[in-house]
Design a protein around this ligand. Structure first.
Ligand code: SAH
Length: 257
């Protein structure tokens, strides 16, 4: 028995064992005891994770895949969560403990997976995942790059982002239309920002809503004082600001109240 790939669930099953092993080996396994795999499908990655000293949990929305896992990975049985990752309260399982995230993600929700990870950053020291190559590169990109954006700034504020390797379409069944890329995020030692964090998220998101405009224009809704708006930082466009400068900008806005 195998699982029939369902398009609406973003199912592209990896059929290259050495790539699966390489992804599983990308986690350092340091500083936590649990790993959560998102979207295990038929378990190609899972079987390598199960060999590790950490405890592997999986979350899978597709009941047919869950049935397959239950039949083929007997020692995983009580750590299979049949839920939508985006909607499930992970603390029902992890209860405040730290865990790493790993997966060959369904590409239609990969950005949302990353946003949920950022929200739960206090519990997620490490994250390794396969994205569309273009999205993986965007997450790792630096200021000045055309693809630098919300995902890059918010991720790199809390994590060091490293692009690991590219995976071609022909190792999947069915093959996707584009290349994939594996990305490793390692939480920074000090991941508390020296500014109001929710304001930081708002500044970054609002700034990039109109990426061609200067910040003076795009941040109009913040009702900033003329005095503050005279600061040269507002002459810049969002893609020119490093993470550090976004923090400085947030601090300036905070003080402007
Ligand atoms: N890891 C497997 C499958 C990757 S395909 C492999 O590499 O072969 C993506 C997987 O994510 C599918 O099994 C799909 O059912 C699952 N998935 C899709 N949306 C999901 C969601 N919201 N929550 C959990 N799993 C999901």
């Amino acid at each position: 028995m195998t699982v029939k790939a369902k398009k609406h669930l973003g199912q592209h099953f990896l059929n290259d064992e050495s790539i699966a092993e390489k992804i599983a080996d990308s986690l350092s396994l340091k500083g936590y005891n649990h790993v959560l795999e998102i979207g295990p499908g038929m378990g190609v990655l899972t079987k390598y994770l199960l060999k590790k000293k950490t405890t592997t949990h999986v979350i899978e929305i597709d009941s047919e895949s869950v049935e397959y896992l239950q039949a083929n990975y007997l020692n995983l049985a009580d750590r299979i969560i049949e839920k939508d990752f985006l909607k499930y309260d992970l603390n029902e399982v992890f209860n405040g403990e730290s865990f790493a995230i790993i997966g060959n993600f369904p590409y239609n929700i990969s950005s949302q997976i990353l946003f949920k990870t950022l929200e739960m950053r206090n519990q997620i020291p490490e994250f390794s995942g396969m994205f569309q190559k273009e999205v993986a590169l965007r997450i790792c990109s630096k200021e000045g790059s055309k693809v630098y954006g919300i995902l890059s700034v918010l991720t790199q504020a809390f994590y060091d982002a490293e692009y690991l390797f590219t995976v071609p379409p022909n190792v999947f069944n069915p093959p996707p239309k584009v290349d994939s890329g594996v990305l490793l995020l390692t939480r920074k030692e000090n991941y508390t920002l020296p500014c109001d964090e929710s304001l930081f998220f708002r500044v970054v998101k609002t700034g990039f809503q109109q990426r061609r405009k200067t910040l003076r224009n795009s941040l109009k809704t913040f009702n900033l004082s003329d005095n503050l708006k005279a600061n040269v930082i507002f002459d810049k466009r969002p893609e020119q600001l490093s993470v550090k400068e976004f923090i400085t900008l947030t601090q300036l806005i905070e003080k402007d109240a």
